[in-house]
Ligand binder design. Structure first.
Ligand SMILES: [Zn+2]
Length: 254
C-alpha cells in the first residue's frame, strides 16, 4: 500500500501509537503493519523521491563480492505476493495453452546456464524481488502478447536511470539479440515497461536499488507465429542473444 499524503501517514502513526499505549498493539505488530506500507510523498522516480528513500545515495558503495548478474523471470511467483504487489499476474500473457511465464522460464534458465558456464555469478529472481535489490546487471525477461501481425522485440530501461549504465546494457542486448534471434527490434517502449514495478523503488519496497543497471525485455510476441516459433524452438538462440549482450555489457563496464 502506497501512502502519498503526509497527513494521512502522520494520522496512521498516531493511531498506531495510541493503540500501543493502550496495550492493544505490541511493537512487533506495529512494525508488521508499517512494513506493509510505503510512504513516499514525491513524484515517481524524482530526485526528491530518491533522496527521501536513500538519503545516503551519493555515498553509496557497491556491495563487496564478485560481479553479479540477475535474471528476473517475469511472472514466476513462488509464494503469495505482499500487499503492494497483489496485482502481479501469475501467468503473464496467455495464447491458447501457452503461458508467457513458461516461455520466460525456458529462456531464463538457459541464460543462467550459459552465463554460469562462463564463470559468472547469476541469480535467478522470481516476479517478487527482495527490497533494495542490487546487481551489476538486472534483466527482466518477458514476452509480449499483442496483435498477431506484430513481430519483434522491445527493450526498456527504467523511466529514470540513476545507475548511469542502464542504457549501455540496453544497447548491448539489442545488438546481440538482433544477431542471435533473427527477430526485429521494435524501437518503442510502454509505460508498463518504463514504470515496471521491479524498477520502481519510488513506489514499491520490493524493487531494485536505483544503482542497479536494469532493463526489461519483451523478447517477442507470443500471438505472432514467427515469434512464437522462434521463442520456443529457438529458445537457445534467444537465450544466447541475451546472455551475449549481458556479457558484453559486463566486460565493457566493470
Ligand atoms: Zn510479462
Amino acid at each position: 500500500m502506497l501512502i502519498k499524503n503526509a497527513e494521512i501517514f502522520a494520522k496512521l502513526l498516531l493511531i498506531l501509537f495510541a493503540f500501543n499505549q493502550a496495550n492493544v498493539l505490541d511493537e512487533s505488530k506495529m512494525l508488521e503493519i508499517l512494513n506493509k506500507i510505503y510512504y513516499q510523498p514525491y513524484p515517481e522516480f524524482s530526485e526528491k523521491a530518491l533522496y527521501f528513500r536513500y538519503p545516503d545515495f551519493d555515498n553509496w558503495k557497491r556491495p563487496e563480492g564478485p560481479i553479479k548478474i540477475a535474471i528476473q523471470i517475469g511472472h514466476m511467483i513462488d509464494k503469495e505476493p505482499p500487499l503492494e504487489l497483489q496485482k502481479v499476474s501469475k501467468t503473464g500473457g496467455v495464447f491458447g495453452a501457452i503461458k508467457e511465464v513458461e516461455i520466460n522460464k525456458l529462456i531464463g534458465f538457459e541464460i543462467e546456464k550459459i552465463l554460469k558456464s562462463k564463470g559468472y555469478l547469476v541469480e535467478i529472481l522470481p516476479a517478487i524481488i527482495p527490497q533494495d535489490y542490487y546487481a551489476d546487471a538486472f534483466v527482466s525477461i518477458h514476452a509480449n502478447s499483442t496483435d498477431s501481425d506484430v513481430s519483434g522485440f522491445m527493450i526498456s530501461t527504467p523511466y529514470k536511470d540513476y545507475s548511469g549504465k542502464a542504457n549501455k546494457l540496453r544497447e548491448a542486448i539489442i545488438e546481440e539479440y538482433l544477431k542471435f534471434s533473427g527477430l526485429e527490434y521494435i524501437d518503442k517502449v510502454t509505460v508498463n515497461m518504463t514504470h515496471y514495478y521491479a524498477f520502481n523503488w519510488s513506489r514499491y519496497k520490493r524493487a531494485i536499488h536505483p544503482r542497479t543497471p536494469a532493463v526489461i525485455i519483451e523478447m517477442g510476441n507470443i500471438r505472432n507465429q514467427k515469434d512464437l516459433i522462434t521463442l520456443i524452438i529457438g529458445y537457445q538462440k534467444i537465450a544466447q542473444g541475451i546472455a551475449s549482450g549481458i556479457e558484453r555489457f559486463i566486460k565493457e563496464n566493470y
